[in-house]
Design a protein around this ligand. Structure first.
Ligand SMILES: NC(=O)C1=CN([C@@H]2O[C@H](COP(=O)(O)OP(=O)(O)OC[C@H]3O[C@@H](n4cnc5c(N)ncnc54)[C@H](OP(=O)(O)O)[C@@H]3O)[C@@H](O)[C@H]2O)C=CC1
Ligand SMILES: O=C1O[C@H](COP(=O)(O)O)[C@@H](O)[C@H](O)[C@H]1O
Length: 497
């Protein structure tokens, strides 16, 4: 039952409905599902948070980030808003939750179905996860249907706090009722990884230490922590992005073939590979913190942000090399890099293959497979080709699967849309299991404690650059080789015309 598709009356309750995540991600995703007919018939959506808002104010808030491109969408939105109501209340008061329960019952009474399912989405800061999970279980839990609880990251600050959170939630919500979101698992290209790897015989054959020299998983953002400095400073870039999003990508990239595509089989393999990774060492890491831009005065340094504590040593950039000690990967460096206030926005996996053995050509650079998660989803393989003409000169070219050309008529769903739909279907495959979380924290906790306790000074880098100056040397230390030949991607020329 717990893993089945919801039917009957379904109420989605968004806790923290007045907040940033709810307005930027949760409600736009729910609207996307509504427009595409993916919400179960008779769904109601009830927002709950402390702020007192009337219905007009609430609707204005949750629609602020929705793209209303034409009249059809405008009409759909006004129908969608009829499903969305709001209740204000505290996170630690039984009587407020009972008020919420009454509102849910009222919405349910409009439907004839016996079964009454409730999906609770905690778009909340972690400090209130436990009181809210308790209040909901005690006062709002459905006795006549299925209950599901969606929990946002961060799941703790380190191994111990994550276990503590787990111990507090476990007696209230069963593992099969809990959906821990890592929204990168809902991204199209991350979901595609399983298919690229296990449905293509040629990739299957070279996915190992014999062919692959190194793997880089990179997350870059152009914006800094503007306005979020207070929150960010407690966590830093490793907890914000690397320990979750990048490690999730690594685990799917490196895991063995699952027995089946069932959630437990997939997650068993992810856990198994995570357990082969020893804790990251400080010597295998480089930390950075951005300073003022050299050419744009509006781009201030991290420490100049008024929400950041003065003298903070919080890293806004990190590169860490992980080792997967198993038969497939021993000796292959997995370089995870992430940072804010950098030169570009992108998330990609760059697989660099070994040198050509016994090479007879003057300049045959390494092959690379690039899986670009965002923006402009693409899979391309950089290969060496004969330069057309009378010589035997070589040129770097590409086998290119650019989604905007190949799948131009298909829409790539938003990650949150895909994940909320999975919750409605009862599919846990793209959610983080408790033992997976534990294994992920074990890899990063010793390093995080060292950074926090010893206040390891990050290297400064200017806003809008590629990161700390040492990054080049860092990646080349792990065997990454930049080609000596210039590489021109034809689209660059087209864009310049
Ligand atoms: N389908 C498509 O959309 C395709 C697009 N292209 C485009 O062609 C261009 C070149 O492709 P590609 O070679 O894959 O990517 P890049 O040249 O952007 O990056 C290649 C590697 O070199 C590093 N690097 C980039 N600039 C520097 C620098 N100045 N100094 C040192 N290291 C650097 C990058 O590191 P880091 O990531 O850390 O910056 C990355 O690891 C890109 O813009 C790419 O998007 C190519 C093929 C297909
Ligand atoms: O979880 C987080 O992710 C976002 C980046 O998400 P994306 O889908 O826009 O790539 C990041 O900005 C934020 O700091 C982090 O908490």
């Amino acid at each position: 039952m717990a893993d089945s598709k919801l039917s009957g009356t379904t109420t989605i309750i968004v806790l923290g409905a007045s907040g940033d995540l709810a307005k930027k991600k949760t409600y736009p995703a729910l609207f996307g599902l509504y427009r595409n007919g993916f919400l179960p018939e008779g769904t109601s959506i009830i927002g709950y948070s402390r702020t007192k808002l009337n219905s007009t104010e609430f609707h204005a808030r949750i629609t602020g980030h929705m793209k209303i491109l034409n009249d059809e969408i405008k009409n759909q939105l006004s129908e969608f808003l009829k499903l969305c109501t709001y209740v204000s209340g505290q996170y630690d008061k039984d009587e407020d939750y009972q008020k919420l329960d009454k509102a849910v019952e009222k919405a349910e009474s409009l439907n004839i179905h016996e079964e009454r399912n409730r999906v609770f989405y905690m778009a909340l800061p972690p400090s209130v996860f436990v009181p809210v999970a308790k209040g909901l279980k005690k006062n709002v839990y459905s006795k006549k249907g299925i209950n599901r609880l969606i929990v946002e990251k961060p799941f703790g600050m380190d191994l111990e706090s994550s276990r503590e959170l787990g111990r507090a939630l476990a007696p209230l919500w069963k593992e099969e009722e809990t959906y821990r979101i890592d929204h990168y698992l809902g991204k199209e290209m991350v979901k595609n990884l399983l298919i690229i790897r296990f449905a293509n015989v040629f990739f299957g054959a070279i996915w190992n230490r014999q062919s692959i020299a190194n793997v880089q998983i990179t997350f870059k953002e152009k914006i800094g922590t503007e306005g979020r400095g207070g929150y960010f400073d407690e966590f830093g870039i490793i907890r914000d992005v690397m320990q979750n999003h990048l490690l999730q990508i690594l685990s799917i990239f490196a895991m063995e073939r699952p027995l089946s595509l069932s959630a437990e089989d997939v997650r068993d393999e992810k856990v198994r590979v995570l357990r082969c990774i020893p804790p990251v060492k400080l010597e295998d890491s480089i930390l950075g913190q951005y300073t003022r831009s050299e050419d744009d005065d509006s781009k201030i340094g991290y420490l100049e942000d008024k929400t950041v504590p003065s003298g903070s040593t919080c890293p806004t950039f990190a590169a860490c090399t992980l080792w997967v000690n198993n038969e497939r990967w021993e000796g292959v460096p997995f370089i995870l890099k992430c940072g804010k206030a950098l030169n570009e926005q992108k998330t990609e996996i760059r697989v660099q293959f070994q040198d050509v053995p016994g090479n007879v050509f003057k300049d045959a650079p390494r092959n690379e497979l690039v899986i670009r998660v965002q923006p402009n989803e693409a899979v391309y393989m950089k290969m060496t080709n004969k330069l057309p003409g009378l010589s035997m000169d070589t040129v770097i070219s590409e086998l290119d699967l650019s989604y905007n050309r190949r799948f131009s008529d298909l829409k790539i769903p938003d990650a949150y849309e895909a994940l909320i739909l999975d919750v409605l279907k009862g599919d846990h495959s793209n959610f983080v299991r408790d033992d997976e979380l534990d294994a992920a924290w074990k890899i990063f906790t010793p390093l995080l404690h060292k950074i926090d306790n010893e206040k390891i000074a990050p290297q400064p880098y200017a806003y809008g650059t590629r990161g700390p100056p040492g990054i080049e040397e860092f990646v080349s230390k792990y065997g990454f080789k930049r080609p000596t030949q210039e590489y021109n991607w034809p689209e660059h020329k087209i864009n310049k015309l």
